[in-house]
Design a protein around this ligand. Sequence first.
Ligand code: AMP
Ligand code: ZN
Ligand code: FE
Ligand code: FE
Length: 288
Amino acid sequence: MKFADLHLHTNFSDGTYTPEELTGRAVELGLAAVALTDHDTVEGCARMEAACARAGLEFLPATELTAEVEGNELHLLGYFVDTANPRLLAEMTRFQQVRQNRVREMVARLNQFDIPLQADAVFALANCRSPGRPHVARALVMGGFCSSLDEAFERFLKKHRPAWVPKFKMSGLDAIELIHQAEGLAVMAHPGLNHADEIIPALVRAGLDGLECFHTKHTPSASERYLRLAQELGLLITGGSDCHGLSKGKPLIGTVKVPYEYVEQLKAAIARRKSNASAARSALRTAP
Ligand code: AMP
Ligand code: ZN
Ligand code: FE
Ligand code: FE
C-alpha cells in the first residue's frame, strides 16, 4: 500500500523542520506523497518541491489559511494552488502583516505582566514572515519564563488568557474563493477540532471541495463520521499528521497515513477543473 501525509508544516511558518529535513523524514518513512501546508504562506513550496523531486517523492503544493465563519475559527487547506498566483500572494502578505503585528501586541501584553520578552527576540527565533503563537511560546520557554510550550499556552496564549490577541481573519467563503481563483482545491482542515459541523453545508454551497477526515487529533470515530459526511456531500477526502517538527518531542509526520487513492482523487478533481476551465475559455473564444 502507498500512503501520503497531506498536512505538514516547516519553518516557513510554525514548524521546526526545513523543507529539506521534512522531505528527508518523509523518505525515511517510505511515504509516497506529501503536501506542504504552512500557515498563510507558500514560500516553502519551491524548496520542498525541489527536495522531493531529488528524492523521487510526489509533492503537492498547498497552504493552510486561517478564516472564520460565524465566529468560529476555521482552517482551510488549499491543495495545488498556483504558488505564483498574484492575488493569493497579495492576500497572504496581508495576513503575514497581521501575524507580525499580533506578535508585537502579544509581547506588549506579556510586558504588562512583567515578562520582559522583546518582540525582536520572537522575530529572530521565528525567522519567517508568518509567525504565530507557537513562536511566542518557544521564546517564552527559551527566555526561561515558562518551562514548557504547554505551560506558555495554558498561562498566556490560549484564547482568553492574558496575552491572547484575537486575529483578523478572512471569511471562510472568501478563503474558498481565494483558493479557487488560485486554481486550488479548498479543503476544511481538522473539522473535529472546530466543533462546528453545522457550518459545513454553507461551505459546501460556497464550493468547498473536501474534508480533512484523517488528522492526529481525530478519534477513530470522528474520522469515520467525517468519511461518511464527505461521501454524503460528495466531498474529496484528505488527511495528514499536522506535523510541526520537533517542537513537542517526537515528530508527527507519517503517524496519520492516508491511502494513496485519495491523492489520486485530488489529482483527478484538479484535472477535471482544469479541463472545464479550458473548455469554458474556448467556448468564449468561439462565441459569436
Ligand atoms: P496562531 O496561528 O498564531 O493562532 O497559532 C496556532 C497554532 O498554535 C496551531 O497551528 C498550533 O500549532 C499551535 N497551538 C495551538 N494551541 C496550542 C497548545 N495548547 N499547545 C501548543 N501549540 C498550540
Ligand atoms: Zn501551526
Ligand atoms: Fe490548523
Ligand atoms: Fe496545520
